[in-house]
Design a protein around this ligand. Sequence first.
Ligand SMILES: *[C@@H]1O[C@H](CO)[C@@H](O)[C@H](O)[C@H]1NC(C)=O
Ligand SMILES: *[C@@H]1O[C@H](CO)[C@@H](O)[C@H](O)[C@H]1NC(C)=O
Ligand SMILES: *[C@@H]1O[C@H](CO)[C@@H](O)[C@H](O)[C@H]1NC(C)=O
Ligand SMILES: *[C@@H]1O[C@H](CO)[C@@H](O)[C@H](O)[C@H]1NC(C)=O
Ligand SMILES: *[C@@H]1O[C@H](CO)[C@@H](O)[C@H](O)[C@H]1NC(C)=O
Ligand SMILES: *[C@@H]1O[C@H](CO)[C@@H](O)[C@H](O)[C@H]1NC(C)=O
Length: 885
Amino acid sequence: MKTFILLCSVLLIVNAKNIDLSSSENVLWTFMNKNNTVGGNAKVPGGVYSDLHANGFIGDILSEDNDVRTRWVAYDSWSYTAKFHVSRDDLTARVIHLVFEGLDTAAFITLNQDEPIGAVDNMFVRYVYDIKDKLREGENELKVSFLSPVAAANMRSSKFFAAPTCVPSVYNGECHVNQLRKMQASFSWDWGPAFPSVGIWKPVYIELYNGAIIRSVTTHTNKVGTDWKLDIKVYLETSQKITQIAGVLSAALQVEGKQILKTWTHVNASSEADGTLVADISLNISENQIRLWWPNGYGEQPLYELNVLLTPDQHQDEPSHKTLKVGFRTLQLIESDASQIFANETAGKGLTFYFKINGYPLFMKGSNWIPSHILPELGESQKDVVDALLISATDAHMSMLRVWGGGVYESDHFYEKCDQLGILIWQDFLFACAMYPTDSAFISTVQEEIEQNVLRLQHHPSIAVWAGNNENEVALRGNWYDTRPSFDKYKADYIKLYVDTIKPIVEDLDPARRYLVSSPSNGLESEKEGYIAMNPYDPHYGDTHYYNYLADNWNMLTYPKTRFASEYGFQSLPTLKTMKTAAKNEEDFSLESEYSRHRQHSPNGYSFIRTQMESHLKLDEKDPKYFEKFIFYSQISQAMAIKAETEVYRQDQANWYTMGALYWQLNDVWQAPSWSSIEYGGNWKMLHYFAMSFFAPVLVSPRLLPSDDIDVYLLNDRFVPIIGETITVDFYNWSSAAPIATKQYSANAEPLSSNLQKDIKINFSDYKKEEVFVKFSLQAAGIKSPPNYVFPVPLKSAVGLRKPNLQITVASSVMSRPNEQFEYSVNIRVDTVVLFLWMETDVKGYFEENGIVVTEPRSVVRFISGKYVAPQALQNSIKIQYYVN
Ligand SMILES: *[C@@H]1O[C@H](CO)[C@@H](O)[C@H](O)[C@H]1NC(C)=O
Ligand SMILES: *[C@@H]1O[C@H](CO)[C@@H](O)[C@H](O)[C@H]1NC(C)=O
Ligand SMILES: *[C@@H]1O[C@H](CO)[C@@H](O)[C@H](O)[C@H]1NC(C)=O
Ligand SMILES: *[C@@H]1O[C@H](CO)[C@@H](O)[C@H](O)[C@H]1NC(C)=O
Ligand SMILES: *[C@@H]1O[C@H](CO)[C@@H](O)[C@H](O)[C@H]1NC(C)=O
Ligand SMILES: *[C@@H]1O[C@H](CO)[C@@H](O)[C@H](O)[C@H]1NC(C)=O
């Protein structure tokens, strides 16, 4: 009876009391530099660049060269001070802990006139201090004094140097970020500026309680026959000494049909010396009580609410509860002998590398995620920015994002959104492009970091795999940082950090997920070869990163095979519209401007973009619109190259060779040339529109061979086959908006596969290659599949491509959708083929397609807006660009 009441009162129960120390009416935070000349009111959680901006000391940090102009901020040291009140009643709690969810990065903490509380040095760790003896009734003063992160990194480097010496000078960055457990990109990257931030970037509060609290919960879903077992591990905490924890621990899971499954157990045990105790509880769930969780594009994402409650035996002690969402799916990373699998003649030697989800091998389509803002506090708090990026990813049929090792462990909100959207996460640990020190202080803070973050994130069904670092295995093997003379030392350090320190923690807390030591790596083969493989880019094993800016990147045959492409990409420039949010002067808008030089971190400047562009597109330097066209063409070039590379990887799903394509990179932190498909501010580049097509679940994907024959693949990422539908092949003349010849073939494809259509034999022997191109489309009931193209010669050599007569009108009919959006039909009329028609408008909203190859005299593109605008006004606002020789 007692238990029944406890379980029913879940929703009425309040956790232990917290005194929130975020800035508010009751908690006043101020900040000040070392010599007391710069300071003001502060916002906590926050950071010093945000506070300096809010107080008018610095302008927009992303404008012009403000990254360098504001660098004094990173060299100074800053203290944050809070005044707050505590009542006599509060002080009676048995446990009084001061909790910092995140401090960036090296700081000393004092309470009430310089009473030391602690020193911190890891922005990814939650710090908890017992302040029972230090807190006073009435006013208290908390002070956090941050060291300059640049100075802190230098200081450590003089003792514990680890290569590289510094980032390339064109980055305008700072050195030795590998010495700090701080977002590695905050000292600059090839796609981003240096903003070596400091601040209280996550919540700070005081926890008051008498019994124990639930700090973390991990969930382990195991399929047993046709049913599921949910093993729940509850991480309890109390005062930081050995303490008896006694109470009823209960779990309630709401399954289908609003049914609630409940279980409970009695806990009575003494905690560890640090006040922690782990308790287990489990639930049996029958197969028909839940539905499976699937990645985006393969099914739904049902999530089930789990409530975990600790009700102490001592009635005066307060209960503690935690709520989280559980998804049921199985996921394995399969690394098995490739020669043993079906169709092994082409799968070749080595090991497979694919994700098997709910029993099905699924090709992973996606991209790489960098922090959503260069200031970590804004990456954490700007949820709308995160949401828009993740929704853009699903709009483009992505099922996986790799959270790259130079950023941060993202916010709870980020992973919850991925759970809801079905975006699987390849989660790197936060070590990137460097060797790392392994002194005892470093190792011990890393242990804490890994443990806390795995416990925080483990329950998310979206997390697919952990990886120890970004590119550090290949950097050491490839001598990127002149490490060869000390290879053995760095190899020993590598093993100490990623194998001896991190691996056992991850495997203990999260035994069902694969921990890959590095990304890229050869997976099991790297492990067999002593963790630094002879060739970490071996195409027969694991994942690879591939960049080549010199070859013909529109040619599919350029790309070497891979089991799983976890990075590949090309730079392009952001649109003028986005650039104008950072640059105001007309003279900035030229490739030679100081601004353009400053934003391009490639030591080769714009030459790689130019080389790629010029091998396919014609652009005259004397063109009065040269810069505008250079931007536009760079986006065409990037989109076409990544399209070719992605499709070749998808085609190689035939015989299970390649099973993933995650291009570099989804998003941007500033307005600069970069590999992103979405510009800073959220504007989609042409690449992102192309991704909607090249990642489409069903796609006719041609491959032009050196013989001028075309192999045609039918890609089918669905659970059902395509049988006897129709593929239409249209030959077009560049100068007419109607096909000059049409052929039709029967289309057939197995489920979840890439299928070479052996009956389709196409070449250009009837035509002059310069005058024609081919369009492929699928006609199949109930399947939407975008058209695809082969351009047999570089477009700059196309004969007949001419300036179109082009008319764009916006129909007056406006339809309001259930989500209160307005939909406009943008009608396009042409008299010839138009390549990469690009439409832009200042009206807030978006075109559903862009960068279009227009082959019909009349077509319609929808424009969606949250606000009503007169159709004529929209029509007048549309600016267009297209490619013509
Ligand atoms: C005080 O600090 C500011 C900001 O870092 C600096 O510009 C200024 O030169 C310093 N003044 C003195 C007297 O050191
Ligand atoms: C809990 O354990 C302690 C020490 O082992 C014991 O004295 C106490 O009776 C136990 N309480 C319950 C309710 O089992
Ligand atoms: C769950 O099922 C297993 C058998 O599969 C059984 O041993 C166990 O007692 C069940 N647990 C609960 C809480 O019903
Ligand atoms: C392919 O698999 C078959 C059957 O398992 C086996 O007999 C054959 O040797 C394999 N071929 C290769 C190239 O490994
Ligand atoms: C080109 O394709 C046609 C069929 O469309 C075929 O008859 C011809 O032999 C092919 N020519 C070459 C050179 O492959
Ligand atoms: C294609 O266009 C060219 C002009 O660029 C023309 O000479 C040729 O006759 C056209 N071919 C067909 C089949 O329409």
